[in-house]
Design a binder for this molecule. Structure first.
Ligand SMILES: Cc1cc2nc3c(=O)[nH]c(=O)nc-3n(C[C@H](O)[C@H](O)[C@H](O)COP(=O)(O)O)c2cc1C
Length: 182
């Protein structure tokens, strides 16, 4: 697959009918490890998570985090609750990988994440970034046994998409382009 096609096709897939194969996951993680890295430190570590108890906890922590959101315009608290619950439910049938780096190497971690997301497209798979912050990030770091000098970048889900995913709304091309100054 051409890179431009993978970039164009990549979109967040949240609901899966089955996970990635072991070989696919290996290729995806290997792609992550080919990303640029600050000072060429390559300080990423990838944790493949297949323990249902740990996945259940990752979902629960995410649910508890997202249900704290305030309703958006035209939304009710019930909508927020439902969306948060989906974040937990939709771990189902996915292959789960946590991306971590040495503390502070955040850019490095995110570049690995993008490589992995594009590699997933080439494998015919979808991917979903699951982010944690504040206390929930610390909870996940503890759950996954990260050393004190490492931090969580995000948790990634991969799998075979369940149905078609509508393309997200995008800003018009070049509406974000500036010359010389903002
Ligand atoms: C930093 C970051 C954090 C994200 N966190 C989540 C998340 O916690 N849960 C989720 O379902 N999607 C998450 N996403 C996915 C975005 O919602 C998604 O990228 C966005 O809606 C655009 O859709 P696209 O990826 O299909 O282009 C995250 C994406 C980024 C870049």
């Amino acid at each position: 697959m051409e890179l431009s096609e993978a970039i164009e096709k990549r979109r967040t897939v949240r609901v899966f009918k089955k996970g990635a194969t072991e070989e696919q996951l290996q290729r995806i993680i290997l792609a992550g490890s080919k990303a640029p890295s600050a000072g060429n430190r390559q300080s990423w570590e990838f944790i493949v998570i297949d323990d249902p108890k740990i996945i259940e906890q990752l979902g629960e922590i995410k649910y508890q985090l997202n249900r704290k959101f305030s309703p958006g315009p035209g939304e009710t608290q019930k909508d927020v609750e439902e969306r948060a619950l989906n974040q937990k439910k939709w771990f189902k049938n996915s292959s789960v990988v946590a991306v971590c780096t040495r503390s502070g190497d955040i850019g490095t971690g995110w570049l690995a994440v993008e490589n992995m997301s594009l590699a997933a497209v080439a494998e015919g798979l979808g991917s979903n970034i699951i982010s944690y912050w504040d206390e929930s990030k610390k909870e996940v770091e503890k759950l996954l046994g990260l050393p004190a000098d490492y931090e969580l970048i995000c948790v990634l889900k991969f799998g075979v998409p369940e149905g078609e995913v509508a393309p997200p709304k995008r800003r018009p091309d070049f509406s974000w382009l500036h010359k010389n100054k903002f």
